[in-house]
Design a protein. Sequence first.
Lengths: 371, 411
Amino acid sequence: MEKLSDFYEAALDTEKYIRNLKVKGKRIMGYMCSYTPEEIILAAGIHPLRLFSTKGTISLADAHLQAYSCSLARGVLEDALAGRLDFLDGAVFPHTCDTIQRLSDIWRLNTRFAFFADVVLPVKLDTESARQYMEDVLRKFKGDLEVGMDVRITDAALKQSIDTYNRIRSSLNTIYELRSANPDILTGSDLYAIVKGSMIMDREYLAKRLPEVIEMFKERTPSTDTEKKRIILTGSICDQPDIYTVFEKAGGVVVWDDLCTGSRYFEGLVGTGGDPIASIANRYIERPVCPAKHTSNTARGERLLEAVRKHNAQGVVFLLMKFCDPHDFDYPYLKEFLDRDNIPSMLLQIEDPLQSEGQLLTRFETFIHML
Amino acid sequence: MTDTDKEKHGKKMQSDGKMQKIMTGYYIDAKTAGETGKKVAWITSGGPVEPLIAMDIIPVYPENHGAMIGASKMGADLCQKAEEMGYSGDLCSYARADIACSVVDGGPIGGLPRPDMLVCCNNICGTVMKWYEVQARYYNVPLFILDTPFSHTKYTDEAKRYVQRQVEEYVTFLEGVCKKRLDRDRMEEVGRLSVEAQRLWQAVLDTAMNKPSPMTCFDAFFHLALIVTLRGTQTAVDYYRSLLEEMEQRVADGIGAIPNEKYRLLWDNLPIWYRLKWLSQKFAAHDACLVADTYTSAWCMSLRYMTDEGNFLDSMGEGYARAYLNIGVDEMIKIVLEMVDKYDVDGFVMHSNRSCKPYSLGQYDIQRAVQKERGIPSVIIESHMVDERSFSESQTETRIDAFMEMIGQKR
Ligand code: SF4
Ligand code: SF4
């Protein structure tokens, strides 16, 4: 853990980390959702920061969002209204679910950051016209950013940014693979700190730092303990470090995931030849799909089964945020796919604040005993 | 007011019976499509139905069916069944009821006819896409998604191009499924009828500007069925023409929709289908007439973008993309304020509908804006529009009473 203190510090006290960057003169752009074209933001010399809720008590956001919106949307809005995000120069809202769609309006009408942009991406991603539109929208976003932040985004800067992101993403992928092969070389909380940290920390730093982390893990000797049950997590975002620890206590280990704050963030690289914006668009078209987007009717199910096979998982845990419609709609069919192949699964509905550790442990233990 | 005066108000409309008849015929046609060799498409309520009509495909609306399920109070059972299938109880109750209904052939008409294809336009929500994916897997039929980018502040050129290309893709999709070409002349004729029906529907809703209003939003919820399901047909045009005549006659005779219209209110969001009668009586008892709503007007709002002048397919995309639920909260505020003025209302009733996030999230901001700009009282009622388990009668009653008292004091 000490060896990863930079990641832990950023993940646990994001505000402090970002304020430090700010002092060094960085401009900060907050964003929701893994479909944000971070490459373009970075190419503008601006620091992209994924917004996670600080999980304080909700009071101000209650005046804007009904209690039946997910705690992520409510939490992030609360932070903004309470001034906890005043280090932001602006925010970017890609179009994803119905909740973020309205959160974007509410944010635009009730906060006063210098910059704001909607990136109204296509919802279906399986046609040529959608690909073209994706490209158009990204170009428009680039223009909006240039005007709004008074910068020029050159192709050279874009190419460099793409390179940085490719390095970060492939490093994360390698770390996941290493852990899948030898789950003991890093703990779940280490993994959490690294992934979350990667959406918070300076990207150039990360591109250099992550390969070092990989070397460090490679030097560790894998344990011979094969007793632990291998689990895949699937859902929207997992901003609950405790969950990994409770899993491990219960005798399980998370060997892969299908989360926006996980594999869906890093899988797929941007092509490096050709027009940079078109290449970025292609990655967003081709990367593993989130349930708020459409490719085929069974894409997510097939992918989940593939991950189970590839990582030799014994069970799947659905980590679903309460009031998250896109994921709730996919759950029955994904479960059915797993059932058909006799892969046990359990559903854990999460909401901030998380239920007590005791309760969670009992549920996990019961599940893990079944495997 | 004399007693005879009182009697003439609140009378049932003649058109009610006609509507029942048309809808029954329509559902019989749809359910016997297998025998007549016609194809059936399921389509979302905000979806472009005109090309289906032009291709002789029978359009079927799960949402209209959902409303029927709700009105016949069969929603709770079906929604619960969906929950047993693994669907969260927080999801849209139209979707839950429909998904369960497919499996058990339940509901007031024993389920909808099997679709040959699914047509989903996401101009109302992201829910419909997920819901139609579920049905595409269940029925194993082709799904066409018309992806209409959300217009937070404006309808961009990129979006316009994208939607326009999809209109052509839509036609190609239909031609593929039906194995025949779209007759473009017929298409224009259907487009013309659609626009005409929408104009008539708007004119019907406009009669509520009169005092007393000849209709309530509860009437509008009822008469809406045809503009949703059969726009683009002569049937719908004829029906709304005669409905308009009836309304105009009522206005000429000074007949009001409720016995004693003292207050005029605006409704926001979908109806609470299983409590329509209760709600309408409740408000009428306070001498309050819900003269207009933001929901039923959604089927004619696109009139400002659609034309019937010989290029319906070209203007259709924009009309559909700029639907009421596909625009930003500030745009919605503008429309609500226009309605407040147009119908001269004294209060605003907002249904906070747990089923429908795109409609409901943002309502608090709309409420504040209306309060600030027009200073009229408002009330929020919470429910799931088809799942009666979520509705608290006593709490709603208390809120309505308090709200009406506030309105009374303002006068
Ligand atoms: S958790 Fe679900 S509902 Fe909430 S913002 Fe993410 S996708 Fe939307
Ligand atoms: S009620 Fe709302 S969420 Fe449900 S289908 Fe209609 S628009 Fe979508």
